[in-house]
Design a protein around this ligand. Sequence first.
Ligand SMILES: Nc1nc2c(c(=O)[nH]1)N[C@H]1C(S)=C(S)[C@@H](COP(=O)(O)O)O[C@H]1N2
Ligand SMILES: [Mo]
Length: 417
Amino acid sequence: MGKISRRTMLGATGGLIAGGLLKTQADALTVAPETAGPQVAQADPTKILGAPTSQLGERAPGEQPRRVMGNPAVAASSRTPLEQLRGIITPADLHFERHHAGVPAIDPDRYELLIHGMVDRPMTFSLADLKRFPAESRIGFVECSGNGGAAYSRNAAQDRSPSQIDGLLSTSEWTGVALSTLLREVGLSSDATWLLAEGGDAAVMSRSIPVEKALDDAMIAYGQNGEAIRPAQGYPARLHLPGWEGNAQVKWIRRLEASDRPSMTREETSKYTDPLADGTARQFSLVMDAKSTITFPTFPYQLPDTGWWEIRGLAWSGRGRITRVDITTDGGNTWVPAQLQDTVLSKCATRFRHIWNWDGDPALLMSRATDETGYVQPDLETLMAARGPGTSYHYNSIRPWRVESDGRVFFGPRDGA
Ligand SMILES: Nc1nc2c(c(=O)[nH]1)N[C@H]1C(S)=C(S)[C@@H](COP(=O)(O)O)O[C@H]1N2
Ligand SMILES: [Mo]
């Protein structure tokens, strides 16, 4: 890095004025580009007037993160590029998508949410009605309970990035009306114990939600990161259930029916149940267990150099706050606490960091999350012993990332294979 002296600084500024580059306001206007948008990078940006203001901002030309997806024609999901993001918030246009029958186009003026069943006053709410109630905002993650399936194997593919493994996870600030507010409005019966939540898409996605959760922190959300919720996230309104599996957070929500039993829909009988090692299956495993993954350094990155590197990652739990994340750089022989980035929120992605001096030897990096209930993220063997080999949901085992001596990073504990 070259040294900057006060003299050269003054010289640069002096040159701009002495060269008479911008003499008048009119000159300034002629050099200003007509529209905003990606600008050709200038060798010396101090020598030319910058782009004017615009109505809609754009990303820098060299910063164009994209959702990770397979064949776009048939893909029913796209993943958040976790390793390309900073902090905890997912930009709305990079929020992962999972839909079972496409993204419906819903006219916000004709949208209605019906709440009926075991209530005193069945009612429909327009979008304007929903917005008129006292609003609340909370930052929380949504994670598909199928997230991480690629890691649930002793022979998992090694050329996988964090987003390819765990990219069905995103965090937004959700704004809407507390579901408890709407249930008070309709006079929910004290005998009601479940709500059937139904979406207005071609899948007519339907899930049974315990009233306890509905009255606790459930929200009918119409806002995402400060603007209207995106079509892929459920425009004009979705059910947000902080910390619970993505599937139950019904998008494009059009109906809630109060009942004294679960409806046993397809999504909670044939799907979204977890086979267990003893041959039975568990149902309504709605809470997301604590989980974490390193997002740097990870595949496909290659560390160019030995020395100091900051290990970075995300941890989250559906039960509350993350209280600690431990890091190992020697394959689990020693664990040390990572630094958690303030502010740590309940049922929200939490950023962790750990400074590491890489000596050039092969290293096995892992992170292990603990939440405020004392729950500790299990390793793969422990999880497999509980769940058995069958395909399932809720794959939250510790993610190992292997650094080879040439600096390349791969998923999984073993090399070669
Ligand atoms: N109506 C409806 N709601 C739905 C779905 C759907 O297909 N239709 N998919 C569910 C699944 S499986 C997940 S993981 C989350 C994904 O939410 P997102 O696309 O906003 O990330 O929405 C859930 N809500
Ligand atoms: Mo999902």
